[in-house]
Design a protein around this ligand. Structure first.
Ligand SMILES: [Zn+2]
Length: 450
């Protein structure tokens, strides 16, 4: 069956690529046996009995087809083939040019200076901030997961907030403690709802500032405002997972040149605590991906055939005696061929006929994306939290700031990581190891692709 999807991953600091090719499982054994994958220095060919699909990569890099460099082929399944290929050269400029750039967008807050509202506990609707207008609503002046260090630095004077000021970030707002109602309890730097005792924020210095978590607040609009009543997080524009990750990384403190840790916390609406520990490889991950269903293109008769025939001829010269994992060199370029068949029933003669066959060649176009590679742990029950106390304590001890995000954000992030984890496991040929956590990617996709 034809190639349905090709995904290629590359860490910009490495000189090799991982390739994953997916196809619909094939019931026809003969057809399955006639399939071959050819790797040449400028691309990868998926060769079926009646047609070929060629993914040209020569623009982006030169693949090393020297047998000594090694082409690693994973044991193929009925519908997936993974290859690891070393590269001779990477054309960074071409790669960047063909890559979608997703830049970080500013957070949007629907609340403005002319709107009056009260802030209540999202759990019991207890009023925490009485109805008022904020005359100065701004994003946080710096990117930080630790607003305490900004408002109350140890070596400088604190930044006292006026009653009308409100700063906002990913999942918190910072206001003056003077506007808090008497229905809160402050204890050991924590701010709780006095009625249901939900933790709603932290003090950033007595009389200086107070940080309230967006996901614990309910907005009660005042008077004639157009503001809808509901969770405060609804007043923030919804973030895609790409944007969420970009914001998290922007605020995070790197632990080395190419690694950053994110220690995320959330509380499920029923009160269950979740921790997510992410070790993010920030050296640029590049992904090249074809459209999702290449099979659709095959219904169109090949008008591209002619333009590829020349190129094809050269490859066919070497196809005659190619066998599994064997490599051969033509006069000007090395060439590797991988047979997907175990039986050698494809006669050289039959293959030679390909010269005269007018086998259509379909070009597979790939698009570039940036992203990051992540090793992560998720602890979402008391048992999991208790079993991993040591690791959690280690991250705390080593000074990784903990950021509370909303439950919705964590679930969005987890869903994306779960989906990509399956892809990465096949692509990178990773054996699952619970102790070492999960490995996945976040791929930065523009909104129009989602
Ligand atoms: Zn409450």
């Amino acid at each position: 069956m034809p190639l349905e999807l090709i995904v290629i991953s590359l860490m910009r600091t490495s000189k090799w690529i991982n390739v994953l090719m997916l196809n619909t499982p094939d019931e026809d054994k003969a057809r399955q046996q006639s399939r071959r994958i050819d790797v040449s220095s400028n691309g990868i060919r998926w060769i079926e009995r009646d047609f070929e699909q060629f993914t040209p990569l020569g623009n982006f890099f030169e693949i090393n087809t020297n047998p000594e460099a090694g082409i690693t082929v994973d044991k193929e399944t009925n519908n997936a083939t993974a290859l690891k290929l070393s590269l001779v050269h990477i054309n960074d400029a071409a790669l960047d040019q063909q890559t979608v750039d997703v830049s970080i967008e500013e957070l949007r807050l629907l609340l403005n200076e002319s709107m009056a509202c009260g802030l209540h506990c999202s759990n019991c609707y207890n009023e925490l901030v009485t109805e008022r207008r904020f005359s100065c609503i701004r994003p946080m002046p710096i990117h930080t997961m630790e607003p305490l260090k900004y408002f109350c630095p140890s070596n400088k004077l604190p930044t006292f907030l006026d009653e009308g000021e409100l700063y906002y970030a990913l999942n918190y707002i910072v206001i003056s403690p003077k506007v808090l109602s008497k229905r809160v309890i402050q204890c050991g730097g924590h701010v709780h709802c006095a009625r249901c005792l939900q933790l709603v924020g932290e003090s950033l210095g007595e009389k200086v500032a107070v940080q309230l978590y967006v996901d614990t607040l309910w907005v009660a609009p005042g008077g004639r405002d157009e503001l809808p009543e509901g969770r405060l997080e609804k007043l923030f524009g919804q973030l895609t997972v790409s944007q969420l990750m970009l914001h998290l990384l922007q605020d995070a403190v790197p632990i080395s040149e190419d690694k950053t840790r994110l220690f995320l916390k959330t509380v499920r609406p029923d009160g269950q605590l979740h921790y997510m520990l992410l070790l993010v490889d920030t050296s640029q991950l590049h992904l090249l991906r074809s459209k999702l269903s290449l099979i659709e293109d095959l219904n169109v008769s090949s008008s591209q055939k002619d333009s590829f025939d020349d190129d094809d001829e050269e490859t066919n010269e070497d196809c005659d005696s190619s066998t599994e994992s064997s490599t051969e060199s033509s006069s000007d370029s090395a060439f590797a061929a991988i047979e997907t068949s175990d039986d050698d029933d494809s006669e050289p003669k039959a293959k030679r006929q390909r010269h005269s066959d007018s086998k259509p060649v379909h070009e597979v176009k790939v698009r570039g994306y940036r992203g990051c590679r992540i090793n992560y742990h998720i602890f979402s029950s008391d048992e999991e939290l208790a079993a991993n106390t040591e690791l959690i304590e280690q991250w705390r001890r080593e000074g990784t700031p903990m950021l509370r995000i909303s439950y919705m954000m964590m679930m969005d992030l987890l869903r994306e990581l779960n989906v990509n984890e399956l892809l990465v496991a096949t692509l990178e040929r990773i054996a699952p190891d619970e102790k070492e956590g999960h490995v996945s990617y976040i791929i930065y996709e523009p909104v129009e692709d989602i």
